[in-house]
Ligand binder design. Structure first.
Ligand SMILES: [Zn+2]
Length: 181
């Protein structure tokens, strides 16, 4: 196994309804096609993909160096969240991704740290002038959630999204307090 020191988070830059109702394996195959057929790489550039519903799929084997962040592929694992089309690096996690993706990403990071030891966790936008993954990873890590949830929700769907987020957060906190996370 190569030495792993860091996880770099990415987004697929696809719309929220991209290939909706299709399994993560189909999305993986499509992104692999972009990276191999279109770009001429040997395989998909990312090691893990996390779908909108939190389903995780393995891309390039962890043993192999990925192709996801220029100059930083050595020693890193690339995790790609499905979504993020039109995102900005100043967006909050939940502006572009789901609560299930939040939980799945946290779980994947924990699992990788359990396997490889303490790893630095960063976002692509810390190394390139890109929006990817469409939020600030340091801020997301520091708070465990979005800090810029709207103070005054613009409409009921925003309010519902905010409440769902809060509920998931409470559930996460309760689960970890009870040791069931
Ligand atoms: Zn990226």
């Amino acid at each position: 196994m190569r030495k792993i020191t860091e996880i770099v988070i990415h987004a697929s830059a696809t719309r929220p309804d991209w290939m909706t109702e299709r399994p993560i394996t189909d999305k993986l195959a499509e992104i692999r096609r972009w990276h191999t057929t279109d770009r001429g790489w040997s395989d998909i550039g990312y090691h893990l993909l996390i779908d909108r519903d939190g389903t995780v799929a393995a891309g390039r084997p962890l043993e192999r160096t990925g192709a996801h962040v220029r100059g930083r592929n050595t020693g890193t694992i690339g995790i790609c969240l499905i979504g993020g089309h039109g995102s900005a690096k100043t967006d909050a996690f939940h502006d572009n991704f789901t609560i299930r993706q939040h939980a799945a990403l946290k779980a994947q990071i924990a699992a990788l740290q359990a396997r490889f030891g303490t790893l630095r966790v960063t976002g692509h936008n810390q190394y390139a002038a890109k929006a990817c993954p469409g939020f600030s990873v340091p801020q997301w890590l520091a708070t465990g959630r979005d800090t810029r949830a709207p103070e005054t929700p613009k409409d009921s769907s925003t309010e519902a999204a905010r409440l769902r987020w809060r509920l998931a957060e409470i559930r996460d906190t309760a689960a970890s307090a009870l040791g069931g996370a």
